[in-house]
Write a protein of this length. Structure first.
Length: 377
């Protein structure tokens, strides 16, 4: 009886516990559903926050890039105008030499020398600036006229030596610095202005190139006076002999010192920025030469840097003339820079501004916007 009663009470207990167990299962499943919902909501919120933060950074970076592009346009416009001014200066110098090369009297004089097979006068050394004389009154008069023509053209166009400085300098004979000269097709000097430098191998090589009919430039170098000097050469053709394939019977060579007449063309009118600068560079083997005065006071042709200097703006611009980049200048300052090639010369003009001046206001504004966005999120 007792065992039967125990079994009955156990069954009753099991019957009583069964409904409670089902309730616990339902509650557990419900809690799990709630937890999954909360997790999904939390995940969605975190994803939304992440997307919002990413969007904020993306917007800020997009605004910064738009400002950089705006500076690219501004620097490019100035670089275009300054490069045009430099090209104009070069064209003006060629025009002065061309005026002589196309002078009818000069062409006749050199044609007479060509037909007579005239060599430099006795005692004249090859490569020097002694002048040839045909030995007749007519040719002597022609030579005198041409010398006067060369001197007048040099005075008018700037192909002359700078005025001496100081009282003592006036009594000191100076080495040839600048001038205009005529050479025959062998490179021998025929006539020249008083301060014309000797005809060196470099000058003779450029004259030979000009005789082929190509306008030629003696690239910028430090002359005997220590001043930057540049030369221009054009062929002289005989009368009615300047057609296709014709070769020159001689050449006109002009050498001039370079100064503010060129350097002032690098200045942009109305520029108010503190760190903007325009300068010209060229490649010289493994180095880069700065051809114009720099903002730190370095004179022209007095600074050179290794072409493999990390992040050097000049190296990048010489490798890709006409490009824009954020690099470092000769002083190591991070800059925004645009470049333009100079026509018919191995020169590249660079216009730059420091990154701090160009983008500091934009960076401050965008940092404020980003902070507000993050706080709102």
């Amino acid at each position: 009886m007792a065992e039967a009663a125990g079994r009955d009470s156990g069954k009753q207990a099991d019957a009583t516990a069964a409904p409670g167990g089902k309730t616990d299962d339902y509650e557990l499943k419900a809690k799990r559903r709630v937890n999954r919902t909360v997790l999904a909501i939390a995940t969605a919120m975190l994803a939304a926050v992440g997307l919002a933060v990413f969007g904020s950074f993306y917007y800020v970076e997009g605004e910064r890039q738009r400002e950089v592009q705006a500076w690219q346009v501004r620097l490019g416009i100035v670089a275009d105008s300054r490069a045009a001014a430099i090209n104009e200066w070069i064209d003006q110098n060629f025009a002065a030499i061309r005026e002589l090369a196309e002078n009818a009297s000069l062409q006749v004089y050199m044609s007479e020398l060509e037909s007579a097979g005239q060599a430099p006068a006795a005692g004249a050394k090859k490569g020097k600036t002694e002048e040839t004389d045909l030995g007749t009154k007519e040719s002597g008069a022609s030579a005198g006229y041409l010398r006067n023509l060369l001197v007048a053209t040099a005075e008018r166009t700037g192909f002359k030596a700078p005025a001496p400085v100081g009282e003592v300098a006036a009594n000191v004979e100076r080495a040839g610095v600048a001038g205009i000269g005529l050479v025959d097709k062998a490179g021998n000097s025929l006539a020249s202005t008083p301060d014309m430098p000797p005809i060196t191998a470099k000058i003779r090589a450029v004259a030979a190139k000009a005789l082929e009919g190509q306008p030629s430039v003696i690239d910028l170098y430090l002359g005997a006076s220590g001043l930057p000097t540049i030369g221009f050469a054009l062929p002289v053709f005989g009368i009615q002999q300047d057609g296709a394939g014709a070769k020159g019977i001689g050449a006109v060579i002009g050498l001039r010192t370079v100064g503010d007449d060129l350097y002032k063309r690098l200045k942009q009118p109305g520029d108010t920025a503190k760190t903007t600068e325009t300068y010209i560079v060229r490649s010289a083997g493994a180095t880069i030469e700065y051809l114009t005065p720099l903002a730190d006071g370095t004179p022209p042709l007095k600074r050179s840097m290794s072409a493999d200097t990390p992040e050097l703006a000049a190296a990048h611009m010489l490798a890709k003339p006409g490009s824009f980049a954020i690099k470092r200048d000769y002083a190591g300052t991070e800059v925004l820079a645009a470049s333009r090639p100079i026509t018919n010369l191995p020169w590249v003009l660079i216009r730059k501004i420091s990154r701090d001046e160009a983008l500091s206001a934009t960076d401050t504004r965008l940092k404020t916007i980003l902070t507000v966005f993050v706080l709102l999120i």
